[in-house]
Design a protein around this ligand. Sequence first.
Ligand code: ADP
Ligand code: MG
Length: 358
Amino acid sequence: MSLIVKNLTKRFTARGTPAVADVSFAAPTGGITTLLGPSGSGKSTVLRVIAGLEQPDSGQVLFGDEDVTHLPAQHRGLGFVFQSYALFKHMTVRKNIAFGLGVRKTPSADARRKVEELLALVQLDGLGERYPAELSGGQRQRVAFARALAIEPKMLLLDEPFGALDAQVRVELRDWLRRFHDEQHVTTLLVTHDQEEAMELSDHLVVMHEGRVAQAGTIREVYDRPATPFVAGFVGGANVMRGQMVDGRVSVGVGVGLLAVNVTNGTDAPEGAAVNAYVRPHDVTLTKADADTPKISVARVERMAWIGGYVKLSLKLSDGAPMTVEMPKSEIEALGINEGDLVMANLREAKVFMDYSI
Ligand code: ADP
Ligand code: MG
């Protein structure tokens, strides 16, 4: 079932900016839609309004064609998983899941069968008689998923569901959720501040900033054509440099030299305009400087972090400005670049926004 949110506004205080301001987006049937934004950007408030746990000041929530804005939470047929969805400590896994079914007394044969199905679905077969304290964090969170799924929800609402887990378990559970979703196709709305999580899981991304939707689209649309400087910086990360539009390209100062760089976000900044150029760390390529390289175009490698298949380099440009670069490990090795080396930076492309500060 699809979800449509129309012009939602929610204030917690009479004065000041609303927690959620004029938020509209659609979450398509059977997909994972992610609300991505920094802490305090209004993600949980939007989720709580959709769940019926919070009434909006204005706006609508539609499930398919049905306006559910004023429908009580318990009639919305939604499943929730929160960061720490406290399981009932004194109940076994099986009883926790059965609780989601609405079976509080002796479960019927049907309910028992359903619980077994759910245990298999979340890959916890055989652990039904354990208590939450006897499970790992990842297993506990899968019990929370099973409990949410027990009512066969029209939609799953997940608020930072992996937030309390260790990095490795988080990645495992994320992979599990993706596979699970590919089999079950429950319409899912995920809230996270973690852009990597958002990119790995979502079909559709809604980036939130200060209570508003900064941009909505596919991952690639948002990443390749960020609508605002905030989105360019928050999704994917970027080096921000002052520049000027020259012949349809952006001329940026790299150290005390100038580079002409291709602009790939279709800016309408006119010739000569002062702009901010956003350059992704992986859009910087390095070559090693030698004795003939002019000093002004040289940067120093201050730090290198070897992260799996790529290397993250912190450079200091000739004017003292920092720059972050990410290059494949194999390229760094082939170039023989080490900490302390002098290098030249080239910029593959930039996203450009008008600089209204000057
Ligand atoms: P996020 O989930 O993106 O971190 P929230 O939706 O939790 O953001 O919060 C958005 C804003 O609304 C924040 O400024 C927060 O302090 C405020 N807020 C959230 N819930 C309440 C509440 N129950 N009472 C007052 N202010 C709230
Ligand atoms: Mg939140």
